[in-house]
Design a protein around this ligand. Structure first.
Ligand code: ADP
Ligand code: MG
Length: 583
């Protein structure tokens, strides 16, 4: 007697449900996707107790007649594909014909549906796989599916459900993804009788984002679009300042389907390279469209992953589209002043403090001024009021404070510059330009400096002679395990040659031979820029300050240091006046 038996159909469904129906949010996803596939223009999702007690999705789509309604909850039944060739051209969200059967095997389900041309609706009830007959019912066009007490006969799975709040969080996330992909549709989410979202149809994506997300995410997104080789990209890009500590705010869509994709995520990361600190993730809404036959959706039960046939093309095009936009945008960090209404006293104090500090520095002449210094014969400090504003307006255009920051007047307010961060960016861009034009100009050292090397270090040098030469560094053997630095780049005059070369060799030794040479060069230039840049705590002459400000105007990406930190914080007069209650 063999031990192997064929499982009964309900067991098969329950096992399939294990793959697609993880929690109430999975039900919401499958039902909303079915509604979209049915051509609905209005979808209402109602849940109770985080979906644990009830999930109901009602739509005004094409509906099902009595016969189809009887079929829909059987396993492997679908109206969306017929033959294997259809599998290569899937334009619907569903196609596996598994969702309704899976859901009905693990909960109490009631579905009411009516097509446009039928006189009345039909209803079917299924309790954990036990199906009753289809009965006539009264109801409007479209379909309503109610799912109650999910997993109630499966205590092991029921136990894994989290609190209503947590489950509600997952449902809201699914709702958000689907509504973002379908801004044209009218969609509502109701929880325990309370309307959480009522999104009107016919919205554009920006408007929908504004309804779904708080202002710090939804505001100031930069739009970009590209169309090439059949791939259409539309993206709303968060500014570097709005970046987060995880990638929860990266929404990637392919032909209306929310996906996770490592190629696209990597392209996004690369696009923001140098604009963000390494452990930050930008807010990005990315909508891609391409022919259905250019990828395979049949690789994951919930279809959250796809397989691109030409992943490199997708990667390079997303990277190109985003990078171009980001590099062409000047991101200035706007000062975040506390809200005026509840903290006005604190703000007044802070501003008073600022102006108080500003004055003594000016009169002590610790800092260098531009040319427009006025009326130094009247050092009497003014109170905080009319006179102070006048004084600021007519004072020099830039000052250094704490030997670290430059404060400069701008067209519509003032800016604070981190002198090291800004100079680092200037040096970096300068180095990059020169290296890509050939090599850095080098200068002979009067007395060569020598350093001893380990075997791996000597190898690292051998493997990177080209790069070292590009940098304008001349190393010559000087004894068995010793090298001498004979020439050093003029541009890095501020750096200590021995120190620099040691760090360079360390960096090269850490990298394996196959590492991306562009990346490596970038890291080296980063290091060089950092070492050669003006430091915090370094007092600058007026001409140095002027030079810094002038270079800022002509340098690309000057609002961020090469590591992605801001170089400049902006205070607008409008904001300042508001804080002082002048407007
Ligand atoms: P799939 O979506 O993969 O086809 P499902 O099990 O989700 O499989 O649905 C089975 C079938 O039931 C669908 O192919 C569709 O014909 C029908 N159906 C499901 N939901 C709806 C709906 N809201 N409106 C109209 N038809 C629906
Ligand atoms: Mg489906």
């Amino acid at each position: 007697m063999g031990r192997i038996a064929v499982l009964d159909q309900n067991m098969i469904n329950m096992i399939a449900a294990g793959e697609v129906i993880e929690r109430p949010a999975s039900v919401v996803k499958e039902l909303m996707e079915n509604s979209i596939d049915s051509g609905a223009t209005k979808i209402t999702v109602t849940v109770e107790d985080g979906g644990r007690r009830l999930i109901s999705v009602a739509d005004n789509g094409c509906g099902m007649d009595a016969e189809d309604l009887g079929q829909a909850f059987e396993p492997h039944t679908t109206s969306k594909i017929r033959t294997s060739s259809d599998l290569h051209n899937i334009s619907t969200l569903g196609f596996r014909g598994e969702a309704l059967a899976s859901i009905a095997s693990v909960a109490q389900v009631r579905a009411v549906s009516r097509t446009k041309d039928s006189a009345g609706a039909s209803c079917i009830e299924i309790d954990c796989g036990n199906k009753a007959a289809v009965t006539p019912f009264s109801g409007d066009y479209g379909t309503t599916i109610q799912v109650r007490d999910i997993f109630y006969k499966l205590p092991a799975r029921r136990k894994f459900l989290r609190t209503a709040n947590t489950e509600m969080g997952h449902i809201t996330e699914i709702f958000t993804r689907i509504t973002l992909a379908n801004p044209g549709l009218d969609m509502t989410l109701v929880s325990n009788g309370r309307e959480l979202y009522r999104l009107a149809g016919g919205q554009n994506t920006g408007r929908r984002i504004a309804e779904l997300f708080p202002p710090d995410i939804a505001e100031n997104l930069i739009e970009t679009e590209s169309e090439e080789k059949g791939l259409h990209i539309f993206a709303l890009l968060g500014k570097p300042d709005a970046a987060r500590t995880n990638n929860n705010f990266q929404y990637i869509f392919l032909n209306g389907r929310f996906i996770r994709d490592k190629f696209i995520s990597h392209a996004i990361k690369e696009a923001y390279h140098g604009l963000l600190e390494p452990n930050r993730f930008p807010v990005v809404f990315l909508f891609t469209q391409m022919p259905y036959e250019d990828y395979d959706v049949n690789v994951h039960p919930t279809k959250i992953e796809v397989r691109f046939y030409n992943a490199n093309l997708v990667h390079s095009q997303v990277l190109g589209c985003l990078r171009e936009k980001l590099l062409g945008t000047n991101f200035e960090t706007q000062a975040k002043l506390p809200a005026a209404h509840n903290r006005s006293q604190e703000i007044n104090n802070a501003m008073a403090e600022f102006f108080r500090k500003y004055r003594p520095i000016q009169t002590q002449q610790q800092i260098s001024f531009g040319t427009k210094l006025t009326d130094r014969s009247n050092p009497e400090p003014a109170g905080i009021g009319e006179e102070t504003l006048n004084a600021v307006r007519y004072t020099p255009k830039a000052i250094q404070i704490h030997d670290s920051f430059i404060i400069a007047q701008s067209d519509d307010g003032f800016i604070i510059i981190d002198q090291h961060a800004l100079h680092e960016r200037i040096m970096y861009e300068n180095l990059r330009r020169r290296v890509s034009a050939g090599k850095l100009e080098s200068q002979r050292l009067l007395i060569p400096e020598s350093l001893e090397l380990t075997e791996p270090q000597a190898n690292a040098i051998k493997n990177n002679v080209g790069l070292i030469e590009k940098l304008g560094i001349e190393l010559v053997p000087f004894g068995p395990k010793t090298m001498a630095i004979q020439a050093f780049p003029a541009l890095l005059a501020k750096a200590e040659p021995l120190d620099f070369v040691r760090d360079l060799i360390d960096l090269l030794t850490d990298k394996d031979v196959n590492s991306d040479s562009e990346r490596l060069l970038d890291e080296v230039l980063n290091m060089a820029a950092c070492k050669a840049a003006i430091k915090a705590g370094q007092r600058l002459s007026s001409s140095e300050i002027e030079k810094l400000l002038a270079d800022r105007q002509t340098t690309e990406c000057s609002s961020r240091c090469p590591h992605g930190r801001p170089t400049t914080i902006k205070f607008s007069l409008g904001e300042i006046e508001k804080q002082f209650k002048r407007t």
